[in-house]
Design a protein around this ligand. Sequence first.
Ligand code: RTP
Length: 150
Amino acid sequence: MSKTERTYIMVKPDGVQRGLVGAIIARFEQRGFKLIALKLVQATTEHLELHYADLKGKPFFPGLIKYMASGPVVAMVWEGLDAVKTGRVMLGATNPLASAPGTIRGDYALAVGRNICHGSDAVDSAEKEIKLWFPEGLTQYSHSQENWIF
Ligand code: RTP
């Protein structure tokens, strides 16, 4: 059943360097999601190792951490109906080779190691990631479109 959820979406360093922040934000706004939090962060290695803790041990883990620490990321929280699942659909498959055209990775990325964005894969991981990236908490506000876009 559809329900209102929050998801953690992050523009990775290559997405920031390539000037894709605005394009990615526009897609979430235009789809009808509500922006709950947003900041530019230069993440430390330790912080990124916590974010990707479940991938520790994978052969690509050291390269992934180096890539993610190579420049600032844009950390965001988006809210709306099925935000986690729909966010993943909007991002496209992890490997851009398999990402459909029309998805963010399918339109802007070529390689799995430079796939420009992250999106939470489940509601519980979204909650953990939101706490990890926004320990200061989130701003509450009402959205003028709340009555119009579901
Ligand atoms: P993300 O967490 O970034 O949204 O990606 P995901 O859930 O779609 O994929 P996951 O398996 O959690 O992988 C996290 C990130 O690691 C990099 N990766 N590189 N074979 C490789 O070189 C490889 N596999 C994964 C990607 O940047 C992927 O998004």
